[in-house]
Every structure is written in C-alpha cells, then in structure tokens.
Design a protein around this ligand. Structure first.
Ligand code: CS2
Length: 476
C-alpha cells in the first residue's frame, strides 16, 4: 500500500511519536527569504524560525528559493512546505514536523518572482546557504539582464527596495566561510556599483551583512534511510531530514531592520563572530575534511567509524593541537570543552554521516579550514605535520582511485583542472608542485613556501607508498 504524503491536512493526525508545528500556520507571515533550501537549512535556520513562530512571533515564516536545482521545490511544495526533522543523539530521538517554510521555488526561469519576494515590504531578512561555490562575482549586465549569481540577485532586489523607499533587508550569510558577512557584502556592493554607484552607497549606508557561525551536523538523507523512516512513521515525506540534537547559531548583532527575538530560541547575538567562526572552521570542519580523505582512503564509510579508529582519532587530536595555537580567545568559548564535545558529536552512531559527502568540494573547503591555519603557523615558525597529512590526503583523493585500485568520481568544481594538474606528475613532489601552483586554492605565501611543499610531499609519499592506515599509524 502506498503511504499518504505529508501535507497541511495531515498535521492534526500525525502518529504519536511525531510532534506537529504547534501553531496555526495560516497566520504566519512571510518575513524571511532563504536562498538554498537544502537539508542543512531545514535542520538549522528553518528549525530556529519554526521555534520563533511557535513562541508566538508570526512575522518570520520563510520563502525558500533554490538557485540551482528544482529538488527542494519538488520535495516541499506538494507538502505545503512541511517536513519531518528527526534529531538523534545520546539524548535519544526527537521528531517534529516543522512548519516555518511557507513555500519554495526554484529560481531558474522564475527570476522575476525571486526578485519580487526579496523586494516585498515584509521581507526583512535574506539568509543564505549557497555553499562555498555560491560566493562568486556577478558578470551579467544587471541593467539589461536578469542576475545569474546570488550577489546579483541581492543587488537587484536592493535596487528595487531603494526605488520603493523601503529599508534594505539584512543579508545573513550562513555558509562555512571565514568572514562570510564581509564576503557577501563585497560581492553585493560590486554588483550594485555596476547597476548604479548611488545604489552601492545606499547599501553601504543602510544595509547590514552580519557574519554568522552556523553549526549542526546534518547528513544527506539517503533514499534507503528515507524509506525506512517512512515505513516506521507511516507517511511519506520527501523532504525529511535527520540531524543531531546539538545546534548553534552565533550572529553578529547588526541588522538593517526588524529581527526576531533570536536569543529567546538559543541564538547567540555577539559583537564579533569571527573568533567563533574561526574556531568552528579550524576545529570541526578541518577535522571533518581530514577524516573524510584519510578515513575514506583507509576504508571507512562514516565519521563515527573513522573517529572510532584510535590512530585516526589521535591524529585529529594532533591536528587540533596545531590549529588551537591560531585561535583567539573570546568570552564564552572554551576550546578544550569544545574539542571534547566535538569528539562526542563525531561519535554519534545514529547519523551515519558519510565521509564521501564531506569530501565533496574540497578545493572550496580547504582554504578556510586548513590552509589559513597552515599559513599562520608557518609564519610563526611552527610545525605543520598533522595539517600537512590532511592536505596530502586531499591531493591523494584527487587521483580518483581508492587504495584497492577502484575508480571513483571526484565531486568538486575544480576536479577536471586538478586531474589535469596531476596527470603529468610522476613523483609525490611533482604532484604537490603542480597542485600547489593553483593560486585560486593556495594563497601565494603557501604556493611559494618550500617548507610547505616539502611537508606535503613527504606525507603524500607515505600515502602513495604505504597507504592511509600505515601513514596515520606511523605518525601516531
Ligand atoms: C561538513 C559540514 O560537509 C562538510 O563539509 O564539514 O557540512 C559540517 O557538517 C557542518 O558545518 C556542521 O555544522
């Protein structure tokens, strides 16, 4: 028998283990436009806004826009924006249907609709999870053509607001990039200045682009996992997401207009997000990437399996020791406690967070997670042994063949360029030299550093000659 699909009409008769939104969604008003309505958004920002709506502030439901794929629209639209969020950890399991997303549209072919919702008077926040790849310069001539990038959409929509005498919306970047607010601000101002220099000045004066640190480990839902859960819950949900209980959102307290009472739902509003962001990128995300490449090469499938292997766990400890010297202290951030909590989160056996998911887009992820730390340590004359092994494992991964000789596809916007760079190289040292020469990935001081090349080359040689397990064990 086929299962009934989740939608608004089902909310009153959900199975006992599943909580409903707990508020009347008909009275919720759109206040947020979110670009990038993937699993992470549903587990993170949309869950916080759902809590805000449940607490009684009805101004903050979300219109989701998908820059690239129609998948989110196809999953959420037939469900009236509803989806099941399953939180699993040592604390047990919490299941709730979340209701903050009002509707979702793919942008391609509907650019005008996207601009309309961003320019609507009630839109006060435009939040983004567009991944590292989304932070690119707009090249279309926005006076004649529709935008092709997120920055282009932001600038064009802000122009419409200026013309209508509205205040700008706040642009809230939620991507894992260092100083994400400043990055999207620079790209938006660049696009704006090419529409009209006066627009750029207006945005500089009235706009706000707070930095934010977002954290919640959210694996992609596999079709098998979804079918299993659907059978258990007794209804169909193509947008369901499994995540951990832990969640954190630290936002720079700088808004262009109204904002909800974020603090009431556990969001931290601070004057300076950078120390939080740097610690998360250089500890959590750096360890994730190191575990992804080394762990997958060593034959593990998931984060909990990889961190459960003592030599790799010890390696992560050393990587964190190296990263920790580059972090700035900030009130409320206890690095030792943070590291201990991360280990517990990585051990969560219920998430089955696949290493190959984290291995994606390494060319975009490495700079803020690992290369910035290496640059800082080398400048201070400090060692980079553990960090180098992570970079070497990433280079080894670009070969697209595992240690048993089986080929796999490297998912990365730069995969073809990197494969080409590696093609003519015969030794580990040659491989390192040709990859590191890529200035779009490696900052100049690293590309030119013989110590950097020597360290990476040494580790890569180990990986090529002895494999990941032996190389990690030897370091321990
Ligand atoms: C992960 C992140 O896939 C990845 O690269 O490192 O998505 C990570 O799970 C989140 O940043 C956790 O907040």
């Amino acid at each position: 028998m086929s299962l009934e699909r989740l939608n608004e009409a089902m909310v009153g008769r959900l199975p006992g283990v599943v909580a409903g939104p707990g508020y009347d969604r008909t009275y919720a008003q759109m206040g947020v436009v979110h670009i990038g309505v993937g699993a992470f958004h549903r587990a993170h920002q949309a869950a916080f806004f759902d809590d805000i709506l449940r607490a009684g502030d009805r101004r903050w439901s979300i219109i989701g826009l998908s820059p690239r794929s129609p998948a989110a629209e196809q999953a959420l639209r037939p469900q009236d924006g509803l989806y099941t969020l399953i939180e699993r950890s040592a604390r047990g399991e919490t299941i709730r249907v979340r209701g903050a997303i009002q509707s979702v549209a793919a942008i391609a072919g509907r650019e005008r609709l996207a601009l309309d919702v961003m320019a609507a008077p009630r839109t006060h926040l435009v939040s983004l999870t567009i991944t590292e790849k989304g932070y690119v310069r707009e090249t279309a001539d926005l006076r004649k053509a529709v935008p092709t990038t997120t920055a282009g959409f932001l600038a064009t929509a802000l122009e419409r607001r200026r013309a209508a005498n509205l205040t700008p919306f706040t642009v809230l970047s939620c991507d894992n990039l260092d100083d994400n607010g400043a990055r999207i601000r620079a790209l938006t101002l660049d696009a704006a200045s090419r529409i009209d220099p006066g627009l750029a000045t207006w945005i500089e004066r009235n706009g706000a682009f707070p930095a934010s640190m977002v954290d919640r480990i959210t694996p992609a839902t596999t079709p098998e996992a979804r079918r299993f859960l659907e059978n258990r819950l007794g209804y169909r949900d193509e947008a369901m997401v499994t995540t951990e209980h832990f969640r954190q959102w630290v936002i720079e307290d700088r808004f262009a207009g109204p904002r909800p009472d974020f603090a009431a739902v556990g969001v931290q509003l601070v004057a300076d997000v950078i120390p939080w962001q740097t610690a998360k990128l250089r500890l959590l995300n750096a360890a994730h990437s190191a575990l992804a490449y080394l762990g997958a090469l060593a034959g593990f499938a998931t984060v909990d399996e990889a961190i459960g292997w003592p030599p790799l766990r010890a390696h992560i400890g050393r990587l964190w020791d190296e990263a920790t010297t580059t972090l700035s202290p900030t009130a409320g951030l206890d690095i030792d406690a943070y590291r201990a909590a991360l280990l517990k989160r990585f051990e969560n056996p219920h998430l089955r967070h696949r290493l190959t998911q984290i291995a994606m887009d390494g060319s975009q992820k490495l700079p803020p997670r690992l290369l910035a730390t290496i640059e800082q340590r080398l400048a201070a004359g400090e060692s980079i042994d553990a960090l180098s092994l992570a970079i070497a494992a990433w280079i080894r991964w670009q070969l697209g063949v595992d240690e048993a000789g089986a080929r796999f596809e490297v998912e990365d916007p730069r995969a073809a360029d990197l494969a080409r760079a590696l093609e003519g190289a015969n030794t580990a040292a040659e491989m390192v030299a040709s990859v590191v020469a890529d200035k779009t990935i490696f900052p100049r001081p690293l590309a030119r550093s013989p110590i950097f090349a020597r360290n990476i080359g040494h580790q890569l040689e180990g990986l090529l000659n002895h494999g990941a397990r032996a190389t990690v064990e030897r370091l321990t």
